[in-house]
Design a protein around this ligand. Sequence first.
Ligand code: C5P
Length: 236
Amino acid sequence: VRTAAVIPAAGRGVRLGPGTPKALRTLGGTPMLVHAVRAMAASRAVTHIVVVAPPDGPDEVRRLLDAHPLADRTELTVVPGGTTRQESVRLGLAALPDGIDVVLVHDAARPLVPVETVDAVIAAVRGGAPAVVPALPLADTVKQVEPRPQGTPEPVVGTPERALLRAVQTPQGFDLPTLRKAHEVVVEGEGATDDAGLVERLGEGVVLVPGHEEAFKVTRPLDLVLAEAVLARRRA
Ligand code: C5P
């Protein structure tokens, strides 16, 4: 079984505030994307990584990654991405070499996922699950609302039972033919915010394995503070 990882890194990261594209922001002096690539390469199972770069920046990303070489066993390809995450992942899948059976899709915005989580996802796919997602229980209660423009109070429609909810992370792992089919069949704009959501729409089973606190997504400025603290603790 050969395993590859696709890392969508084409987002602008507007919620982090103004500045460089999110994946190129540094954590502990190293670009977030380099951390994410290393996190996938840390798994001995991963032989190939496709990084999906901003549409106008594949050369810059290639240079950046060349400046931070990986262990010899991991091959790296860089391709330009699209305007949505779904399109970026589809372009990444199209760039995979022949002979890959299992693919991970990992957000560049989750630079600190531990290798144990990566390996647990791979093991579950190799064990026969077509789609595997790392997930954690929620700390916050979640409300469903009737959306209103910002600044207007939003009416609450319902409160799903928290014990039945999970927050999902990446890397999400797939049997490659299943994920390819999901990306062919599910139309863009149907609101899937993760790859497993596309597979669910095919009617295929998706299972969860335990996620990790350090696999959090760096989205807002406070997340950068937390990521720096996690890195400092690892280096201590
Ligand atoms: O915006 P969000 O945080 O959900 O993005 C998740 C991941 O998808 C990020 O790593 C981002 O770079 C990537 N992305 C992409 N192409 C887009 C939009 C987002 O590769 N057009």
